[in-house]
Design a protein around this ligand. Structure first.
Ligand code: DOR
Length: 446
């Protein structure tokens, strides 16, 4: 089965090509072919961009165990609507993904529930190095060096040294320093102002922990990815250690800051906390400068009821997979970045960091995971339209220009924004398990 996309602006790594792209079954087989090339289907994309599907390398989809907040069916419809064709999910489910068996159980669970392609991290604990060593079919190892939702925390130096020394998969971590957090908690005990969250999980907590993790990565020569960087101060240490260290930023750390607590309250309570306007700006600049390579969401849904509990009882996290690409395309329209940069941050770089096979670029032989973008389409984000099971967005009421209008997974359409304003979704679960091409990254220190 061949499908020909004609008259598209093709978002390729080094250029925007005006042309036609041919796919056969699950793969891209030609780029820049004549528009009369024989095909079973033709899709006219006049006036639209065709980019690689977004790969979101940090999401919490809550299955198994926390499905009152989110589940794979809702979350992957949200992905499709947001132009996200692949996701890598975090291990703080219930049970936590901290054994090879739990990883395989999750992969099995996902196999008939996902509209888009799926992958799952294995989580580190203080004593599961043997599981981390055995794990395959995973992008890498997640460590909560700072606590967050769930009870996965590895804060002891000895345990961290072992994980970095004795495993070979790429490690990523949530970096917020527990000692600093606890000291600040004692200082602000009894304070019920939501803005206190950013005083407890402050700039120092983020920087100390990120520096500690970078030190481990460099000493053990171990590939390491800093998740959700939230402060300007973390950027240079990360960039200095770039031989071993990559990093990512999330939309909420680019677009929200402590001034938003008045308007949005606990909806923007996240870990790491949102910081200052100057951090928003520095983080955006770090993307532009190539000092931070990846943009991912940390999609972390909780119900509105849970979020409406008074501080500090309300949980941390917000949903974003449905709107992350549009948020960035809106920036393209504002002239702050180009669509090629967006494709680099959201597609190509995550594929590179996690050794994902055949994804992240429009190139011959690559998977036909495709997102069609209409840069002129304006739409207002509404809670009632959200596919995420939690049913809300911190961007409710925000109008963005530049939206994904079609999403294709492994050569098949999974989502369309119709001209009449309705959404169409495929009824079959078309997502496949993501494949990795991990080189032997056994750290050289051993
Ligand atoms: O705010 C957060 N919530 N940050 C995380 O890292 C975890 C997430 C969650 O799972 O709720």
């Amino acid at each position: 089965m061949k499908t020909l996309f004609i008259n598209a602006q093709l978002v390729c790594p080094t250029e925007i090509l005006e042309g036609n792209l041919l796919i056969e079954n699950e793969r891209i087989i030609d780029i820049d072919v004549p528009s009369d090339t024989p095909a079973d289907h033709r899709v006219d994309l006049t006036g639209k961009y065709l980019m690689p599907g977004v790969i979101d390398d940090q999401v919490h989809f809550r299955e198994p165990g926390l499905t009152h907040k989110e589940d794979l069916q809702h979350a992957t419809r949200a992905c499709a609507r947001g132009g996200v064709t692949s996701f890598l999910e975090m291990p703080n489910t219930n049970p936590a993904t901290i054994t090879v068996q739990a990883l395989h159980d999750k992969l099995k669970l996902a196999s008939d529930r996902c509209l888009v392609n799926y992958g799952f991290y294995i989580g580190a604990t203080c004593d599961n190095v043997h599981e981390l060593q055995k794990a395959q079919r995973t992008p890498g190892i997640k460590i909560f060096i700072g606590s967050s939702t769930g009870d996965l925390l590895v804060d002891q130096q000895e345990a961290l040294e072992r994980i970095f020394a004795e495993t070979s998969l790429t490690i990523c971590a949530h970096c917020e320093d527990e000692t600093t957090i606890r000291e600040n908690q004692a200082r602000y005990q009894g304070d019920t102002d939501i803005a206190t969250h950013s005083r407890i999980r402050d700039h120092r907590a983020a920087l100390i922990s990120t520096q500690r993790a970078i030190d481990l990565a460099v000493r053990h020569k171990h590939r390491f990815h800093v998740l959700h960087v939230s402060t300007a101060a973390e950027i240079d240490p990360i960039y200095t250690a770039r031989e071993f260290v990559t990093a990512e930023v999330c939309p909420h750390h680019l677009f929200f800051n402590v001034d938003d607590y008045d308007r949005l309250g606990s909806l923007v309570k996240m870990n790491p906390s949102i910081k200052h306007k100057s951090d928003n700006e520095a983080l955006f600049q770090a993307l532009l400068d190539g000092k931070i390579e990846v943009l991912a969401t940390d999609h972390a849904p909780h119900t509105q009821e849970e979020k409406s509990q008074p501080y500090p009882g309300c949980p941390s996290g917000l949903p974003a997979v449905e709107n992350s690409l549009a948020l960035m395309l809106n920036e393209v329209n504002q002239g702050r970045c180009t669509i090629q940069q967006v494709a680099s941050w959201m597609c190509e770089a995550p594929a590179r960091v996690w050794d994902i096979a055949r994804k992240g670029r429009l190139a011959v032989g690559f998977d036909a995971d495709l997102t069609v973008v209409d840069l002129a389409h304006s739409e207002t984000i509404r809670n009632q339209d959200q596919q995420t099971k939690c049913g809300w967005s911190p961007w409710d009421g925000t109008t963005l220009t530049g939206w994904p209008v079609q999403t294709w997974v492994m050569g098949k359409p999974v989502f369309r924004r119709e001209a009449d304003g309705t959404d169409w979704f495929a009824s079959e679960c078309l997502g496949q398990e993501i494949e990795y091409q991990h080189a032997d990254k056994t750290n050289m220190a051993n």
